[in-house]
Ligand binder design. Structure first.
Ligand SMILES: [Zn+2]
Length: 236
């Protein structure tokens, strides 16, 4: 289970039981990882046990998320109203793993990412986001010539956009898949598509589809979680 703090409750609701409950709970979906507001349905209080159970379907993936709310003993008689503990089931995957990175990734960048992952796996989430920010700083620094690296992260991000052609990998990927398709479409006994080439084509197509359709949703999901207005991205 994942413990949910009261700051993630949306609008406490009363029924006739003295055990109030949030109309919705904001959390990350344990199935798809998207941030969502889970409207509580299938709501049921067991007054003798001072426990309320509820469920909600994820608006992104339709996965059923379950909530268990614990009230103090004799909550109904004592009219204590607020749950003392709210847990979400099933538990989010608590261990983050990343596959082997290529040697071309600079060692300090690799170490910074390792720090972020180790902090996450140790459940030190503040340190995860801090190391994550440092990793981001590393990513952008290594994209720039050394003499341009000594500035704020905000300026590094701007400068990287001026120095690096972010569109180039997409162009190369698209043209590689296009040319591979030409091999399959035209008869040429010397150059035939084989399993390795077919596999690489599929891998690259999946990258491209994820980049265009999955990545924007995940970015939006994090923005919603941070509740960061665009103008407040700031100078840091
Ligand atoms: Zn989901």
């Amino acid at each position: 289970m994942t413990r949910i703090g009261a700051e993630y409750f949306d609008k406490m609701t009363q029924d006739n039981t003295s055990c109030d409950y949030p109309a919705a709970i904001r959390s990350v979906c344990p199935n798809c990882g998207n941030w969502a507001s889970f409207t509580l349905a299938h709501n049921h209080l067991n007054p003798a046990m001072s426990i309320r159970t509820a469920g909600s379907y994820c608006p992104s993936c339709n996965f059923l998320v379950k909530f268990v709310m614990l009230y103090e003993d004799r909550a109904v008689q004592n009219r204590s109203r607020v749950p003392i503990q709210v847990d979400l089931y099933p538990e989010m995957d608590s261990e983050f793993k990343v596959g082997a990175l290529p040697d071309s990734v600079p060692a300090p960048l690799r170490k910074s990412l390792d720090d972020a992952i180790r902090a996450y796996n140790a459940r030190i989430y503040g340190a995860t986001t801090t190391s994550g920010r440092r990793t981001l700083e590393g990513i952008f620094k290594y994209m720039l010539p050394e003499e341009q690296r000594d500035t704020s992260l905000y300026k590094l991000i701007q400068a990287a956009g001026d120095n690096y052609d972010f569109k180039a990998p997409i162009d190369r990927l698209s043209n590689a898949v296009r040319k591979g398709g030409n091999l399959g479409a035209h008869f040429d006994p010397d150059k035939e598509a084989d399993q390795v080439m077919a596999r690489q084509t599929l891998d690259l197509l999946v990258y491209l589809i994820e980049y265009l359709y999955v990545l924007p949703k995940r970015i939006e999901s994090l923005e919603n979680a941070i509740e960061m207005p665009e103008v407040a991205i700031g100078e840091g």
